[in-house]
Structure formats: C-alpha cells, structure tokens
Ligand binder design. Structure first.
Ligand code: UT7
Length: 328
C-alpha cells in the first residue's frame, strides 16, 4: 500500500470587480503612487463593495472550483475556512459557506493564523486526507480586509485588499501532493499587528468605535523586520530538509505582503525571479487569499510533478512553509 498524500486537484479564486488604485488613495490619505510602488510593489487592490461578506467571495471561489472538478458540493467532507475577517465572530464562516453552497455532508471550521492562515490550513487539511479519514477537503483562504482597514491610516490602508481562493484536497497514492510542512508561531509578536477591539478582551462599545479600535493596527517596520527574515528562513529550511536545491524548485508561491519581502525570500532560496508567483501589484495583500489566488492565476503554467514551495508570514506572529508536488 503506497502512502496517501493530500494532492491539490482543483483551484479557483475570486477577486471583487472594484479596483482601488494608488491614484484614488492619493485623494484619501497623504500618500503617492511613487511611495507605495517603491516601498511595497502595489499598484492597485480590489475592494468588495455592497452588502457582501467574506463568505460571499468564498461562494464564488468554491462554486468555480466545483464546476472545474465536475463534482457537487454534497461530496465535500470538510471545509476549512482560513480567514481573519469572518462574516461574524460566530457561527464559523465555514458553516455559512457550507450552507450557501449546499455542502450538506461537510463539517467545517474557521482557522485564524492571519496571513499564514492558508499555509496552516493546507497543512491541517492534509492530515485528514493522509490519515484516510476524508476524501475531499476544501481549504478556503479569503479576507474582506476592507472591513477592518482604517482608510485614514496611510501606513496600512495602502497595503490591503479583498479576495478569496480555494483548493480541493484529495488522496493521491502516486507520490503527488503535500510532501512536508513547517509551521511556526510566536505570540510575543502579537503587539505589532492586531485588531484591538471586538473580542472578549475589549468587546464592542461606542467608545471602542469612537477610538477606531475595530481597525487593523500594524507597526510596519517591526513586522517587516521579522517577516523578511522568518519567511526567507522557513522557505530555505524546508528546501534543506527535503534536499531540494534551487534547480529542483519549479515555483515559489509567497504570501504577497511586500515585494521586498518576496525578493528577499527568492534570493535566500537562490531562485530566479521567473520561478516566483507575484501578483501583489494588482491585488495588494489579501491576507489569507494571496497564495490560493496566485495558484489560480498560475494554474495553466503549473505542470504535474512540479516542486512547489509555499511560504507565508503574518500577524501573531505566525509563519510557515509547505512543500508539495503539483498533481495535475
Ligand atoms: O502580511 C502580514 C505581514 N505584514 C507585512 O509583512 C508588512 C511588513 N511591513 C511593510 O511592508 C512596510 O513596513 C510598510 C510598507 C508597511 C511600510 O514601509 P517602510 O519602508 O517600513 O516605511 P516606514 O514605516 O519606515 O515609513 C517611512 C516613512 C515615514 O516617514 P518619516 O518618519 O521617515 O518622515 C512614514 O511616515 O514613510 C512614511 N509613510 C508614508 N509616506 C507616504 C508611511 N506610510 C506612507 C504612505 N505614503 N502610505
């Protein structure tokens, strides 16, 4: 009996239509296109307008995925929704999504590891496939970051955007799929990137709203310092652990937080830039959405057997890397 790996067998994503450009941001805060582009690599990001939530982007992503794979929602065993902007504190957005798409036989839960959520979710979801417990696991990563961004704070509002992607995991006994993962967290980094109010420590009051405490706060420089070393280190670590040299790696799929962090990771891994999926200029940082959105955009370029390394760093701090062999 060959070992069961969890293989990605389908991917799809959704980004909202509305494009918030650097030019438009220039009219909202004291910033300019040159600063944003040179410091982050971002030109524009998508914003989910209207009365829609994170789960609604998940519906678009998952329905597209199911159609591609030719299966119905009732065949899904488990939904892991990786998000930092759930529709509500509870019920879980995974349950909301299951109901909206008709995944009547699935159980589900939300996973919150900020920008590392999708990597954590992919690794976690894989365990249910590898153990033989489940045959079809959906890992969804998405955020409506615009719901927690303060559009008066120029240090954060220029970075984030909305979007969602999803992958389907199924068993593979030919050696394709997730090979390894390294996941890390360090709670002492919590004070550098957080949303203060709305939880049990500071429940919502008129005061918390008045004080803008329901918005994301980021100490950019401090986060940058940790991100730039830890994301590069963990990506290099998973290569070394699996005896992979730069020539063995077909693709790096990095979390899209800052082009300079992506470049540092690319250099550390010894990769040429044509092996790196980068779309930060069009979507900014969609938090849990960045990696599956990249996989969706590059799907036609991925080949069966390609060694793919995913790497992320986010609030918490959390960071990690997944090594997989592309299965189709
Ligand atoms: O995905 C989750 C993890 N998050 C990250 O990985 C993000 C990591 N951090 C970063 O990407 C960067 O730190 C930022 C893009 C957030 C900021 O870039 P920076 O190069 O670290 O800028 P800084 O905070 O050191 O600010 C430099 C200057 C400051 O002015 P002074 O004090 O030198 O006069 C800021 O006030 O740039 C100013 N500044 C801006 N100027 C124009 C800050 N934001 C802006 C802005 N437009 N939007």
């Amino acid at each position: 009996m060959h070992k069961i790996h969890a293989a990605i067998t389908a991917v799809h994503a959704y980004v909202p239509d509305y494009i918030l450009t650097n030019k438009e941001l220039e009219g909202m805060v004291d910033t300019n296109d040159e600063w944003i582009t040179s410091r982050t690599g971002i030109k524009e990001r998508r914003i989910l307008k209207g009365d829609f939530a994170t789960s609604d982007m998940g519906v678009h992503a998952v329905n597209g995925l199911l159609k591609k794979r030719g299966i119905s929602a009732s065949e899904i065993d488990l939904i892991i929704f990786c998000t930092t902007t759930p529709d509500m504190p509870f019920p879980a957005t995974a349950n909301v999504l299951a109901d909206k798409i008709g995944a009547v036989n699935a159980w589900g839960y939300d996973l919150n590891a900020a920008c590392s959520g999708f990597v954590f979710g992919l690794s976690t979801g894989s365990q249910f496939i590898e153990s033989g417990k489940h045959k079809k696991v959906l890992v969804v990563g998405g955020d409506k970051m615009s719901s927690i961004i303060n559009y008066k704070d120029r240090t954060s509002c220029i970075i984030f955007g909305d979007g969602c992607g999803a992958v389907l995991l199924e068993p593979n006994t030919e050696g394709y799929g997730v090979q390894d993962s390294i996941l890390k967290s360090d709670g002492s980094g919590g004070s550098y990137l957080f949303q203060k109010a709305g939880g049990s420590l500071h429940p919502a009051t008129s005061k918390t709203v008045e004080n803008d405490e329901h918005y994301l706060v980021q100490e950019g420089q401090a986060v940058f310092k940790f991100a730039v070393t830890n994301m590069a280190d963990v990506a290099a670590e998973i290569m070394e652990k699996n005896n992979l040299g730069p020539d063995d790696v077909a693709w790096l799929v990095p979390h899209q937080a800052n082009k300079r962090i992506i470049d540092a990771t690319t250099n550390r891994m010894g990769l040429s830039s044509d092996k790196v999926m980068i779309n930060i200029e069009r979507y900014g940082n969609t938090t849990n959405g960045t990696i599956p959105i990249c996989l969706w955009e590059w799907e036609s370029k991925l080949k069966k057997g390609d060694n793919v390394i995913l790497a992320a760093f986010g609030g918490g701090f959390t960071w990690g890397s997944v090594y997989l062999k592309w299965a189709y």
